[in-house]
Design a protein around this ligand. Structure first.
Ligand code: HEM
Length: 201
């Protein structure tokens, strides 16, 4: 489990750093399909809001799961947690907005749209559980929520597999809008019911 946690940590930071570099310093849409670039440029406020807020969630999420931070520095955990929730809130609303314009038609719109709604709802459930003092439910909801945040990493892995498979981008991308988060969600629900994930507080 330690190995998996470290891997998730490294991959999350790497994808967040990639997004910061590409979208913080280069021309908007330089690394995507020309049709996506056109969409991004037509909805630049939406895509920039989405990328920069979601990037913060992806950066902060892995730290929130470190036991030592939670136990030794609870005030830091609480502060970063608030930043995480605000990022998810803004990232999901802007992600939902962008899902209407996503590349790949109806399959993509529904895939990203469902992800955005689930990301928002699970984030709110995690926050309201801790406000009510229910640590067990807070952990379960945030575990599921971060599995959805991790869709940013799974999507990039899927893009690599898609390109390596030789299939045209137009063919595989719409399915990635679902495959980038459904396996994560199933894995999170499965892990929560095993002894590998223990809630320590
Ligand atoms: C978990 C909920 C998320 C939803 C619903 C979502 C939704 C979307 C949508 C609809 C697009 C536009 C795709 C298109 O035009 O075809 C997009 C692009 C993008 N999103 Fe997200 N996203 C989520 C999470 C994240 C996270 C956590 C990051 C963190 C880095 C992120 C970073 C990006 C980036 C960088 C792009 C631009 C496309 C690219 O460079 O590959 N997203 N997202």
């Amino acid at each position: 489990m330690k190995f998996l946690q470290s891997l998730i940590f490294i991959l999350s930071i790497s994808v967040a750093a990639y997004a910061l570099f590409i979208y913080g310093f280069l021309e908007l849409g330089i690394a995507v399909h020309p049709a996506m670039k056109k969409n991004f440029q037509a909805h630049s406020i939406g895509i920039y809001t989405h990328i920069f807020s979601s990037m913060i969630a992806l950066l902060l999420g892995p730290f929130q799961f470190t036991k030592s931070l939670r136990i030794k520095k609870p005030t830091v955990h609480r502060l970063l947690g608030k930043f995480y929730f605000v990022s998810v809130l803004i990232g999901s609303i802007s992600g939902l907005y962008m899902s209407f314009y996503s590349f790949g038609g109806t399959i993509s719109h529904y895939g990203f749209g469902t992800l955005a709604i689930l990301w928002f709802v699970t984030g709110m459930m995690a926050y309201s559980s801790i406000i009510k003092g229910n640590v067990v439910n807070h952990f379960k909801w945030i575990f599921i929520n971060f599995a959805l945040t991790f869709a940013a990493v799974t999507l990039r892995t899927g893009l690599g597999i898609g390109f390596a498979s030789g299939l045209p981008f137009e063919v595989f991308y719409p399915y990635l809008a679902w495959l980038c988060w459904l396996p994560n969600l199933i894995a999170a629900l499965f892990l929560l019911n095993t002894k590998f994930v223990r809630i320590e507080y």
